[in-house]
Design a protein around this ligand. Sequence first.
Ligand code: ZN
Length: 169
Amino acid sequence: MESLVLPACAAIAALRQAGMAKFTSHMAQALAEARAAAGRGEVPVGAVILSPQGRVVAAAGNRTRELSDPTAHAEILALRAACAKAGTERLPGHVLWVTLEPCPMCAAAIAAARIATLFYGADDPRMGGVAHGARVFDHPQCHHRPQIYDGIGAQAAQRLLRDFFAARR
Ligand code: ZN
């Protein structure tokens, strides 16, 4: 398994400085979920949710084909699992790691769930809804905007997607 090199980005440095000495990236686990999704013939996107205590409470990859469900994106499945486990529809203080910029549907669900922090890997200019397109969290209708950090593990996430779609052509 390839090692995941964290970019020495300002976000991580800031988190470390803010006292999150125990900060660890969970992008490697999200990428493992994305790889597993590719193995199932699904678009390789993976997501992991951490509790406020830093425990992994849900991990999922895309299952839209398997479930015949256009809403079965990695983030939605992880949010559903984490909420079911917590017995609540909101996840304040939780952290979501996802390999690709969330689409508008997932961004809306992330806001509804009150996720505290969102880490995503690769940009998605075509389908993304955070830094592109609908820019859900910047919309006046959005009631909750998580802290957002992008670019972590972006190259690995991008490579997975590229290889997946190249193999399909
Ligand atoms: Zn989505």
